[in-house]
Design a protein around this ligand. Structure first.
Ligand SMILES: NC(=O)c1ccc[n+]([C@@H]2O[C@H](COP(=O)([O-])OP(=O)(O)OC[C@H]3O[C@@H](n4cnc5c(N)ncnc54)[C@H](OP(=O)(O)O)[C@@H]3O)[C@@H](O)[C@H]2O)c1
Length: 343
């Protein structure tokens, strides 16, 4: 591998999108256990906005390359690399050293795009442990949509609580990246989906996307009652809780006895509280989701490949339109993932 300078988008200042600039970097050289990937596509998550705005707690504070999610082709491997070869089409698990089993605090710091340089560059070096090989059915743009929101949705559907069986019902909140990908995976698993959203237009799009029932949470503030009515009073088996303090009590009230809350995010704001009595009286279990391991990412790729799932992409921006791409995510108008074609 010889040659051209690497183009990377760098956070020069942390005062928003205007603090991002394209720069030339030297070609990366792989360490013994690293691979070099020519990045073809990257995608933006909510937390990337926090990082470029200077609001991500504990992240690397100096100039860096943002974005945790990307996909591309391997162009060089280190001397001790054994699973991956030059030419492989790959993506990278967000927590690169979390291979399998439960999450431990020691691996949390191995997150390119948060604690070290991330994916918004034409070439990067990453640890082999985090690399997953892509099925031929996925384009680079589709694969780049998966590492954060997709793996999170998959973990939330499959980890913790009683395993879901085909025909059972899952509740998804809003139309963010986690919830929309969760809808696609839930349908591939044979689950019934009830989704909430804020507008009639998005409700129609959710139905076209496969949601069995949609509840508008603006028109129906006590949406948990509508969810129970849609399940003949029984409640759903699982909720992917992206709302946070403002929605958690309603999510618990939507569950069947013994159901499960996968605790993911806080798009509904920080106001609100959880009364432990709600858990005691409903018999529900609750487990936080921390994205997922490489093994969970690999399981997800199998599901996607076997079922022909095409991850929901709102829009693909060109590399030099990176500021527009960030602004589009910041506007909140997207329905599906926002991707940047890097190469
Ligand atoms: N724990 C983890 O491992 C993990 C991983 C990834 C993300 N997260 C977190 O999960 C959350 C979702 O991430 P994302 O990438 O899907 O976010 P996103 O794409 O930014 O989600 C935005 C959507 O949230 C919906 N929303 C806003 N307020 C809502 C409310 N009160 N009730 C229901 N929906 C509401 C809106 O959809 P509608 O207009 O359709 O309502 C909006 O379009 C974020 O807080 C993120 O930080 C956590």
């Amino acid at each position: 591998m010889k040659g051209t300078d690497v183009k990377a988008i760098r956070t020069i200042t942390r005062d928003g999108i205007d603090g991002l600039e394209m720069r030339d970097l030297a070609d990366p050289t792989p360490g013994d256990r690293e691979v070099v990937i020519r990045i073809k596509a990257a995608s933006i998550n909510y937390r990337d906005l926090l990082l470029v705005n200077g609001h991500y707690p504990g992240c690397f504070e100096g100039e860096m390359t943002p974005l945790t999610d990307g996909a591309g082709e391997v162009v060089a491997v280190g001397a001790a690399v054994s699973r991956i070869t030059v030419g492989d089409r790959v993506s990278v698990n967000n927590i690169t050293r979390w291979v399998a089993g439960p999450l431990t605090p020691t691996v949390m710091v191995n997150q390119p795009g948060i604690f070290s340089d991330g994916m918004l560059a034409s070439m990067i070096a990453v640890e082999e442990d985090g690399v997953v090989i892509l099925p031929g059915s996925l384009s680079f743009e589709e694969a780049a949509a998966l590492p954060c929101a997709g793996v999170t949705a998959w973990s939330a559907l499959t980890d913790g609580g009683r395993p879901l069986r085909a025909g059972q019902t899952v509740l998804l909140l809003g139309t963010g990246g986690v919830s929309l990908l969760g809808l696609q995976f839930a349908k591939a698993m044979g689950l019934r989906v009830i989704a909430t959203t804020s507008s009639h237009d998005k409700a129609n799009r959710l139905k076209a996307f496969g949601a069995d029932h949609v509840v508008n949470y603006k028109d129906t503030p006590d949406w948990q009652e509508a969810v129970r009515a849609l399940t003949d009073g029984k409640g759903v088996e699982r909720v992917l809780e992206v709302g946070g303090p403002g929605t958690i009590e309603r999510s618990i009230a939507s569950l069947a006895y013994g159901g499960h809350v996968s605790l993911i995010g806080f798009v509904g704001g920080m106001e609100g509280a959880l009364n432990p009595l709600s858990l005691l009286t409903s018999g529900v279990s609750l487990q936080p989701v921390g994205i997922g391991s490489r093994t969970q990412f690999e399981e997800l790729l199998q599901l996607i490949d076997a079922n022909g799932v095409r991850p929901a992409i709102d829009r693909v921006f060109a590399f030099n339109e990176f500021k527009d791409a960030f602004a589009h995510v910041a506007s909140g108008s997207h329905f599906g993932k926002v991707v940047i074609a890097v190469d």
